[in-house]
Design a protein around this ligand. Structure first.
Ligand code: 4AD
Ligand code: MG
Length: 465
């Protein structure tokens, strides 16, 4: 019977069961009595499996004694109770086939010694074989599956929104251009501007920064929807929480306001944390031991705690009253930077914080203008250790106010024709948010840089692999 290493404990296989396992060798150790021990990993769970190889098997001298870290092997054998303390079973090998040797073991980049996280980043094709990236990958998968399950249980429909788009949702001008135009022969119109009519799409197009505008159209028909996919930002930020390509989950709900959106965000985050604690105990224990000793307790606290909601104005007062000298000065109207967010969550409240009602000048055009005329119904959810993890808002559903905002921000209403029509054909208050998957994985695992929680990070100076 072919099994994965995780199957061995979940299926509670009896002693003596005949199985076949396949994987990559972590270590090999030979005892004087002529038995070799191999630690085999197949990535299905945190644990590796100890394989006991007696010298009697036919290729013991010719192959087994030459096996090194990284070799791929297939082993047939039977389960026996282990005398070792770490696992309660091991595999007594009857047949070991070496499928792939490691050419030049001395230079194998993933030797069994401990490597720095920066070194691993330079070997993105091999780093999934390490404990840390294996654990991150399983937790990331657990989070993504939990997100889909949560929304499905809550009656949401998953909609796919386009990657190639003409609209700049966030209005921040941080878009990657998509073009088929020949760089050496770019057509220009009579005014000297690039003539995109010659392009494949006949219009200037970009990689999406957010699926939100498209999601709104489906919310205004199917009521509760979400999109979950890759998004792109051409921002030149070399920080531990910014990527040029990241994954975002964006729910959008019709007949909903900012408060309901904040409740949805809190409930989603709690659901995700519960799922990880329940399903990935093995990996979370690893993070506690090697990455962040509070990885588990932080999630337990988040599940137990009521999130704190503060007005932006109140948050600014707290920061000013703190007397702290921040690198970026705080005053009403400034966008909060990560040091401000960290002060609020880690020092002042020591809890996740939802900041609401930001000045309209620092937020996107689509957010609902509050009655004070100065602020918009926006929210940022800030988590201790990482800062902003969610950004969202109630959307402006009044056509006249929306048009005013579009013009005020120097944009052209004609470019948003379809978006504006949602406001003239059966408009309805609606709200939603975006949760950055990498920030969530970093928060959950305690891994401090988002580059280490996505398989192949795309950052300003790095797009290899
Ligand atoms: O706050 P943001 O820009 O919000 C939006 O894009 C809205 N349109 C979402 C919506 O309302 N549907 O981004 C949302 C989240 C952030 O809170 C952060 O977690 C993540 O996306 N994020 C990034 N993650 C990694 N690298 C970047 N460069 C990110 N920019 C945003
Ligand atoms: Mg934001």
């Amino acid at each position: 019977m072919d099994v994965s290493i995780s199957d061995i404990s979940t299926l509670s296989l009896p002693e003596g069961a005949e199985i076949t396992v396949k994987g990559w060798v972590r270590t090999r150790r030979d005892s004087k009595s002529g038995v070799s021990f191999i630690n085999l990993s197949d990535g299905s769970c945190f644990n590796s499996l100890q394989i006991v190889i007696p010298k009697e098997i036919f290729n013991y001298q010719s192959e087994i004694l030459k096996i090194t870290t990284g070799c791929s092997i297939v082993v047939n054998g039977c389960i026996v109770k282990s005398k070792g303390r770490e696992q309660n079973f091991e595999l007594r090998a009857e047949e070991v086939n070496v499928v792939g040797w490691v050419k030049d073991p001395d230079t194998y980049p993933m030797s069994s010694k401990r490597h720095s996280i920066e070194y691993l980043r330079e070997h993105a094709h091999l780093r999934p074989r390490t404990n840390i990236i294996g654990s991150v990958t399983r937790v990331r998968n657990c989070i993504a599956q939990a997100i889909h399950r949560y929304f499905s249980e809550q009656g949401f429909m998953w909609v796919s929104t386009p990657i190639i788009t003409a609209s700049d949702c966030e209005g921040a001008g941080e878009m990657f251009r998509v073009s088929t135009l020949d760089l050496n022969n770019i057509p220009h119109d009579s005014n000297g501007n690039v003539d995109f009519k010659e392009d494949f799409f006949g219009k200037e197009t970009f990689l999406t920064v957010s699926g939100q505008l498209n999601t709104e159209t489906y919310a205004c028909a199917l009521s509760k929807v979400y999109t979950f996919g890759p998004t792109f930002r051409a921002e030149n930020s070399n920080t531990s929480r910014h990527l040029a390509e990241f994954w975002m989950v964006e729910p959008e709900v019709a007949f909903s306001d900012l408060e309901q959106s904040a409740q949805l965000a809190e409930s989603l985050l709690k659901y995700i944390c519960k799922a990880v604690l329940l399903e990935r105990k093995d990996d979370m224990n690893f993070f506690v031991q090697h990455v962040d000793s509070s990885a588990i307790s932080r999630l337990e606290n988040l599940i137990d705690m009521d999130f704190i909601t503060v007005d932006y104005t109140q948050a600014v007062d707290i920061l000013v009253d703190s007397g702290r000298k921040f690198d970026f000065p705080v005053y009403w109207g400034v966008d909060l930077s990560s040091e401000h967010e960290r002060y609020l969550t880690e020092e002042h409240f020591n809890a996740p914080v939802i900041v609401i009602n930001y000045p309209k000048e620092i937020k996107a055009f689509y957010m609902k203008v509050n009655d004070d005329g100065k602020t918009v119904a926006a929210m940022d959810v800030l988590a201790p250790g990482i800062g902003e993890i969610i950004g969202g808002s109630q959307r402006e559903h009044r056509i006249d106010v929306l048009d005013e905002r579009i013009i005020e921000m120097g944009m052209n209403p004609d470019d948003y024709g379809w978006y504006r029509e949602l406001r003239t054909y059966g408009t309805v208050p609606h709200a939603g948010f975006g949760l950055g998957l990498e920030r969530m994985v970093a928060y959950v695992t305690g891994v401090s840089n988002v580059r280490d929680v996505i398989p192949f990070p795309r950052t300003p100076r790095n797009a290899s692999f």
